[in-house]
Design a protein around this ligand. Structure first.
Ligand code: SF4
Length: 213
């Protein structure tokens, strides 16, 4: 697995621009290999773990570290690239931000049913995205979340050519006992802030091309 900092690494991507061959060598031997030995990596990791040397505060070094942290955060929130791989059978994996999200098809569709289907993940992304907003809403107001849950229901229409069409997604929030009545409306609005839902409301343009491996 490559060093997670690589896409945001100032050393490789900025400071070594004038030494592309050396940068490639370093990348191949350290960034894509034993990156745990890299001093830069250790500085960034120590920062992420909250172990920052006091003399780094208010220094240009710190500004560089913060730049990297911000870059990594932005990439986590808005991944720029996902690699799709085909490990065998009907399985299709998505590699995103250093993690593998596996998918499979049900047995009746020729798969092994070993993982959710891509469409399952899409539907789950709606509920889980709304869920994080609901959870944050409660946490920010110190509202206990014992008993908090959500049920997502889907209704499908059949189109004139016989295809299934997702017509309605309903999310019902089960509020914890003692949840303040005054927040009932606000928590449904919080769930509606879901970023996945926003993408559906304002869909991106899809461009599909080919290239030879
Ligand atoms: S291993 Fe070091 S040089 Fe390579 S990307 Fe990570 S921090 Fe940068």
């Amino acid at each position: 697995m490559p060093c997670e900092i690589l896409p945001c690494c100032q050393l490789i991507n900025e400071q070594m621009k004038a030494m592309p061959k050396a940068a490639d060598y370093l990348k191949e031997h350290i960034c894509l290999g034993d990156f745990g030995y890299c001093t830069w990596y250790r500085v960034y990791r120590d920062f992420a773990d909250g172990q920052v040397r006091p003399d780094l505060f208010d220094s240009p070094d710190m500004q560089e570290i913060l730049k990297v942290q911000q870059c990594l955060q932005e990439r986590r929130e808005h991944p720029m690239e996902i690699t799709i791989t085909f490990p065998g059978g009907e399985k299709v994996n998505a590699e995103v931000n250093g993690r593998t999200i596996p998918t499979d098809q049900p047995v009746e569709a020729g798969g092994e049913g070993s993982a959710p289907t891509p469409f399952d993940y899409f539907l789950a992304s709606l509920g889980t995205c709304a869920g994080i907003y609901v959870l944050s809403f409660c946490q920010q107001r110190q509202i206990a979340t014992d008993g908090l849950s959500m049920t997502q229901r889907m209704e499908f229409n059949t189109t004139p050519d016989g295809k299934k069409h997702l017509a309605t997604v309903t999310i019902e929030i089960t509020l914890p006992a003692g949840f303040p009545d005054k927040y009932r409306n606000a928590i449904t609005k919080a769930a509606g802030l879901c970023s996945v839902k926003k993408v559906l409301m304002d869909p991106p343009e899809f461009v599909i091309t080919t290239r030879t491996a």
